[in-house]
Design a protein around this ligand. Structure first.
Ligand SMILES: N[C@H](CCC[C@H](N)C(=O)O)C(=O)O
Length: 266
């Protein structure tokens, strides 16, 4: 039998498996089966913690649809709680420094990237105000924070049909690696509301990399200067960034319970 921890960051929930202690052959199909909320354990993302030659641990991230991706901000904040100390984490997006703070963690998420081919987009385009539109939505921004994000700043977040526009944009051929779709509303000085349709997971209660990408886009557009409070359905994150620097994300991390499972059954 294998062991796992159920954890979350502002309701964005994870099954976390310590692959240092147990051999597990993770495939896209097995990740999807584990994440299934009806026939599996259920989570937005599956997280494998492993050994790393150049860091304290490695972190692999699988979306609920089974796709392996580069970054997950909310899960990164859970790693110090999971391993019991501050850690340097090797991910597909680079080395991340995660330190415990009261009730959660503060993480240096690295530097954002803005070039069209770093997002990536299918062809050259300005990524601060993109020359692309979807129905009534305003021209978005695009930012890569280890994973790809498109950000729409709207006047009325409650009037957006997330379930219709989210998948339409996630799968648009302009995004050859698909994309996380962020819908944001400025609600005060250095304060945003944000709802995210996540690539490979759909609507979640919070998205850490989405909060990072959206705060960076707001600062780039001079809508605010930061540190930015990002209010997601599951709660608040604080994002600090200045042009030319790396992004610091601070917020809660929660351990819910530990369990056992026979991984060969998935
Ligand atoms: N859906 C994302 C991965 C999880 C990101 C999110 N849960 C976070 O906290 O950053 C992607 O496909 O890039």
């Amino acid at each position: 039998m294998g062991r796992f921890s159920k954890m979350h960051g502002l309701g964005n929930d994870f099954v976390v498996i310590d692959a240092r202690a147990q051999a597990i052959d993770m495939t896209e199909a097995r990740a999807r089966a584990i994440a299934d909320r009806h026939a599996g354990i259920g989570c937005d993302q599956l997280i494998l913690i492993g050994n790393a030659a150049d860091a304290d641990v490695s972190m692999q991230i699988f979306n609920a649809d089974g796709s392996e991706v580069e970054a997950c901000g909310n899960a990164t904040r859970c790693v110090p709680l999971f391993v019991g100390r501050d850690v340097l984490i090797r991910t597909k997006a680079g080395l991340l420094d995660a330190k415990s703070v009261d009730g959660g963690a503060s993480v240096d998420m690295g530097a954002p990237r803005f070039d069209w081919d770093a997002i990536p987009l299918a062809y050259p385009m300005d990524t601060l105000t993109m020359g692309a539109s979807w129905e009534e939505l305003p021209a978005p921004a695009a930012v890569n924070v280890g994973n790809p994000h498109v950000i729409f700043f709207v006047d009325d977040l409650d009037g957006v049909n997330f379930d219709r526009l989210g998948p339409l944009i996630e799968h648009d051929p302009l995004f050859p690696a698909r994309v996380n779709v962020n819908f944001a509303q400025v609600v005060g000085d250095d304060h945003l509301r944000l709802v995210v349709w996540e690539r490979g997971a759909g609507l979640t209660r919070a998205c850490g990399t989405g909060a990072c990408a959206t705060a960076v886009a707001a600062i780039r557009r001079k809508l605010m200067t930061g540190p930015v409070t990002v209010s997601l359905p599951g709660g608040d994150l604080v994002i600090d960034w200045a042009p030319g620097g790396t992004i610091r994300m601070t917020g809660p991390a929660t351990h819910v319970f530990d369990g056992e499972a026979d991984w060969d059954r998935f």
